[in-house]
Design a protein around this ligand. Structure first.
Ligand code: C5P
Length: 233
């Protein structure tokens, strides 16, 4: 599995997204499309970005009963995206249903990864609001193990958890990690951040980078710096 930098295209409209992607004349970065853009523009935005030659991580974080997720994943498989995701909290049957739904008649399917616990949930919230009285790290590892058992390809996790996930689930099990910042850049609202170089050292398979690229004065240079630090050393 090749390491790659995925740009989080957290824009509100297709117009803004294409204005951003048009800056990349020499390369076709892997892009992440999230709920905001997908709900605003619909599946057409996925087809258009795909037609321009980009790989796509469709970050819709499905979570529902197994039958509904299976059918929704079957629809998404026709969009020809490269990575989809769901919440591991939906349980083993839901994840198994997702794999089944995502698998095309010819046996191929996009990669499927699971969100373990959102980074907005800390130990205190998990205990007080979700009534889960176990250490957060243990919950993350259990959800990752469930995802593997259900046949998924990996998890979204903090780069700081990536090596533990690989230890527990194997080096082939993918870790896709947001929370990336340049050593000399602002952290913004991300609490626990890592540089692209450090993420590589820890063993992340893909890094998801938003504002350090999208809000940079020169987004193409910022993207190349990420690729250089993460992929090519
Ligand atoms: O701008 P920034 O680099 O912080 O963007 C990170 C991207 O990764 C955003 O699209 C955010 O929603 C996503 N993400 C995250 N933390 C998670 C899961 C997804 O920051 N645990």
């Amino acid at each position: 599995m090749g390491k790659d930098v995925i740009i989080a295209c957290d824009f509100a409209t297709a117009e803004q997204t294409f204005a951003f992607l048009d800056k990349f004349t020499d390369e076709k970065p892997f892009v992440k499309i999230g709920m905001e853009l997908f709900y605003a523009e619909g599946p057409e935005i996925v087809r258009e970005i795909k037609n321009r030659g980009h790989k796509i991580f469709l970050d819709l974080k499905l979570h529902d009963i197994p039958n509904t997720v299976k059918k929704a994943m079957s629809v998404l498989s026709r969009l020809d995206v490269d990575i989809c995701n769901l919440h591991a909290a939906g349980g083993l049957d839901m994840m198994r249903g997702a794999v089944e739904g995502l698998t095309r008649p010819d046996g191929t399917r996009p990669l499927l990864i699971a969100v373990t616990q959102l980074t907005s949930i800390d130990q205190q919230r998990m205990e007080n609001e979700l009534l889960i009285n176990r250490p957060l790290a243990e919950v993350v590892m259990k959800y990752a193990a469930n995802a593997k058992e259900a046949g998924l390809d990996g998890v979204v996790c903090s780069p700081l958890e990536a090596s533990k996930v690989h230890e527990a689930c194997g080096s082939e099990f993918l870790t896709v990690t947001p929370g990336i910042r340049f050593a000399d850049g602002p952290a913004g609202d991300q609490q626990r951040v890592t540089t692209p170089a450090k993420a590589r050292e820890i063993g992340s398979d893909y890094i998801v980078v938003g504002r350090p690229i999208t809000a940079a004065e020169d987004p193409v240079a910022a993207y190349r710096r990420c690729v250089d630090e993460f992929c090519s050393k």
